[in-house]
Design a protein around this ligand. Sequence first.
Ligand code: HEM
Length: 350
Amino acid sequence: MPDSPSSPRLTFGAAAIIAVVVAGSAGAFAYTAGWLSPQRLTPPKLVDAFAPGDPALGHRRNHAKGICFTGTFESNGKGAELSRAQVFQLGQYAVLGRFNLGTPNPQAPDGTVRVRGMGLQIATPNGEVWRTAMINAPVFAVATPEAFYQLLQAVGDKDAEAMKSFVAAHPEFASFGAWAGGGAWTASYAEEPYNGLNAFTFIDASGTERAVRWSLVPAAPAVAITQAELEKRGPDYLEKEITERVRQAPQRWTMNVVVANPGDVTADPTKAWPADRRKVEVGTLVVQKIEAEADGPCRDVNFDPTVLPTGIRVSDDPFPAARSAAYARSYDLRTGESRYYPRTPAGAKP
Ligand code: HEM
């Protein structure tokens, strides 16, 4: 005879199952929150390290200064042999993006920030979006998210020795360091390349997978300028310049996808792949309109690099997952602080 609902055995069994489920959920929550391993790197720790104790409320916790844009991605169809994502089929797709500076300070003078970036979203008619956030450096500064946390701590340390110790302990920082210290500056977001740096996996129509990285190469020739000259042009020169430049003509970048050879390192963005790797030009980004930064269409967008269409997936590169968690944390904080975020003054034009 089946147990009746009031049978003691069922009551005990059900209670035991509930207890296990509750304990399991509590354990999972504690694990996720990092309570079980205080030394573990968690998204709050990583995000707080950008501006310890003094974040710019309401703003992105990094790349806080920027300017939004809209435009199109003109796909030439050549990427379709590498990935089945609709974005690589011949056509034009809507773009939302944001030029930005790699700083947690939304008021930082342009001439003081070496790293410039671009957040990009391309939407396709099948309802999918591809989000990516790229920078002008040719390689990333560190090989792991943990080393990135240590770098942020060294940068924030008042003792100048901290940065020296970091560099000595991380020889892989040298390539980025050489670029940051030696490369030419430009006076325009339009003259910069934007490199994805992290490795992803493309899946083609037959299911074949390939490791790739992507870059945007500007059509505008780079005009070198010294850091001192840029500083003289004013603290917010870059956003004024790009607004005027795009008003006069759309600005273009070629998107290149570079395919790894078997054995190329995909889990370390400090390591550039050899220059002879297969490169496929897949289309052109056309920036057509500069949009308001405050209250504009980028404000509530998180350019999370794991938001990917069918046909692109993450690889063994540890950064995209760590970035996704950190960007979500930053997004939650800044949207919860929206009363501190500047509003576009009534009647003002972007
Ligand atoms: C573990 C490493 C990293 C951490 C913790 C980190 C953290 C962040 C955070 C917190 C934001 C603000 C997100 C938001 O509020 O919407 C951000 C934005 C951004 N990051 Fe990263 N990042 C990392 C690695 C990278 C890498 C490798 C790149 C480039 C290849 C990159 C490029 C950018 C860009 C361009 C933006 C601005 C996107 C926008 O306009 O909203 N980051 N990052």
